[in-house]
Design a protein around this ligand. Structure first.
Ligand code: NCD
Length: 357
């Protein structure tokens, strides 16, 4: 199945599972061509990407290894097109490109591009595809990365797109780094299967929550507990997906109780940039949805605390030095798993896995 064989409106109307085959390559066992949503990654692919990320971080430790990695994609260029604020996602993709020798260009503010003169996003993307071999894009618009993937696949220069966050709906590469962090956290301790993951904060509008909740269904018997004020509780499409996959979950407003049951706690910030009226989130009482030393005292010894960042006050800085506070390592893991994804997207998984370093 190819994106050239289906019209945009027809493609748009498909479910994510139905869309998936259109985004794959023809070769058997290859990784996705476009990375647009979490549903594209099954367990086997996740394990391969984690293994590739581990391999890249190991090879990169020596000067010779680092120089070898830098030669791998020295013939490729990537465009970082971020029309929504970003620190970590932008910088970790940039650093991942640098590790692999990919040269980059960027637009971080549509006001500095021809979009300001009224150019459509479709025309902007076609422009980028004339100069680059991959587009890594973030946008406030839900589904824009999908639309652009369709546009490019139907143009004379099809290049892969990586969705670095689209609207409130998906953030697949964040979910990859969250999974990589969880897999590493439990690797010497029985693995991720059978664990309990607590999500807390703005679960309604947090795209990282939707993508990670889905990827956790790829593991066996991972229970999910959603802790949030009623106004910001997890949306029904997420729980419907869990039901379809027979995943056990709980809806709660009691963070302490949830932390006692948790193997991992995933805190998120209030996403007030999506407020319908200014200050609407500030009127919600979120005081019971912040993690501090009292919660840390209730968390298992082998448990871990994650946050996609940026944080405001959802995690007290007094927790930062605890070995279970994983958010700094999680952030660095983002660079390695994104390097793995970019290398695999360009077809270099095998070469890196089997090289002599
Ligand atoms: C998240 C995002 O942009 O969705 N940040 C990130 O990519 N690390 C979460 C957030 O902004 O709260």
């Amino acid at each position: 199945m190819k994106l050239t064989e289906i019209g945009w409106n027809e493609f748009k109307a498909l479910s994510l599972d139905e869309k998936r085959p259109y985004l794959e390559r023809e070769e058997k066992d290859s990784l996705p061509y476009h990375t647009l949503f979490a549903q594209q990654f099954d367990r086997g692919v996740l394990e391969r990407l984690c293994a590739l990320a581990n391999r890249i971080r190991f090879i990169n430790k020596s000067r010779e290894g680092a120089l070898y990695l830098k030669s791998i994609l020295a013939h490729k260029r990537a465009m970082l097109y971020f029309s929504q604020p970003s620190s970590r996602t932008f910088l970790s993709h940039l650093a991942a490109c640098q590790i692999l020798g990919v040269t980059t260009g960027s637009v971080r503010d549509a006001a500095t591009s021809s979009e300001f003169k009224g150019e459509s996003k479709e025309d902007s993307i076609r422009t980028f595809s004339s100069y680059f071999d991959m587009i890594i894009m973030r946008s406030p618009e839900q589904g824009l990365a999908e639309k652009m993937a369709w546009e490019l696949s139907n143009s004379s220069r099809s290049i892969p797109i990586i969705n670095a966050g689209s609207g409130k709906d998906q953030h697949p590469t964040q979910a990859l780094l969250d999974i990589y962090t969880l897999v590493r956290s439990f690797e010497n301790n029985g693995g991720l299967d059978g664990r309990t993951v607590v999500f807390c904060g703005d679960l309604l509008r947090g795209r990282t929550v939707r993508s990670l909740s889905y990827l956790l269904t790829r593991f066996k018997s991972v229970k999910q507990i959603f802790v949030a004020p009623d106004e910001l509780q997890v949306p029904s499409d997420v729980t419907a997906t869990l039901e379809e996959n027979s995943v056990e979950f709980e809806i709660s407003s009691d963070l302490k109780d949830a932390v006692k049951k948790a193997d991992a706690v995933y805190m998120t910030r209030i996403q007030d940039e999506w407020d319908a009226s200014k200050g609407a989130s500030a009127r919600i009482d979120t005081s019971a949805f912040k993690f501090n030393e009292e919660h840390l005292a209730l968390l298992k010894k082998e448990g871990c605390l994650l946050h996609p960042l940026p944080r405001r006050d959802e995690i007290s800085t007094s927790c930062d030095r605890d070995p279970r506070a994983m958010y700094w390592r999680q952030m660095r893991n983002g660079m390695w798993i994104r390097a793995a994804l970019i290398a695999a997207t360009f077809g270099y998984e095998r070469e890196i896995m089997t090289c002599g370093y």
